[in-house]
Design a protein around this ligand. Sequence first.
Ligand code: LMR
Length: 328
Amino acid sequence: RHLKLLMISLVVLLLAVAPAFAKKPVVIKFSHVVAVDTPKGQAAEFFKKLVEERSKGDIIVEVYPNSSLFNDNDVMTPLMTNAVQMAAPSFSKFTKFAPQLQLVDLPFLFDDADHLHRVLEGNVGQQLKDAVGKKALVGLSFWDSGFKQFSANKPILVPEDAAGLKFRIMSSKVLEEQFKVVGANPQVLPFSEVYSALQQGVVDAAENPLSNFYTKKFHEVQTDLTLSNHGYLGYLVVTNKMFWKSLDDQQRELITQAMKEATVYGNKLALDMDITYLEKVKESGKTAVHELTPAQRKLWKAKMVAIYPEFYDTIGKDLIDGAIAEGK
Ligand code: LMR
């Protein structure tokens, strides 16, 4: 009888302590601000799928799109304190922490996406990753969105058309100067507030890649879009050192590989979506789409590249020259 009691007590004890020994999954909270149906939104979902399948559920990725957890301007602190484990802010949003990343904001710096990729995959890109590595962050991968286009409630064809307009910008000194040099008034706003700011006339104009323009319905509140391709929007996917060091080698390897594949996947989508979302904007019938003539584009470029020397100190002349050299 005693033996039976002892056995029962043992089983009860085992059942009680078992959950404490079960391995808890690693959770990656991935915060971003754009719609799911964008290059970044889709790359994040693909990354989640790969990581969860390959880790057999040992690593869970919770993706929070549409600024549902944090907007980009606010995500840096929780990211650094490990309340969030991953984010993919645009380069501009690192301005306070690593001003060198404003390199990518420089207008008319890249001839095309290939030129940009050569820069980011080479020595210059490595220096940008190292710059965030000096903070509590680890730069994992560069993701594309696409070239930005001007929008307003009137056609913007020559620099004079922008004069006096309030342009929403991301928090970047380069973007501020880019608009000041054509006589416009730049206004910093988080992405989540752009639609209502345009709708209520808090700002008159904006610059966005087509996927962000369409998926956030900016075509409902802007009558004109110019295919200006004047600057690039892309992202640096980051994690924090505290989280990165808490993983074992195998987990880091798995995440690194999934990130590589998600990058290829997302960057391909970025090219495709530029085409499909332009069609959708046109089909909506709400926004007139304008192309620039080569002569008009030249006017914009001449005005805007004049700001580069102002950033030789904060970005580094070597980085700017290095990026230009990759285009030749
Ligand atoms: C913006 O604020 O316009 C962009 O950074 C949004 C994004 O992440 O694509």
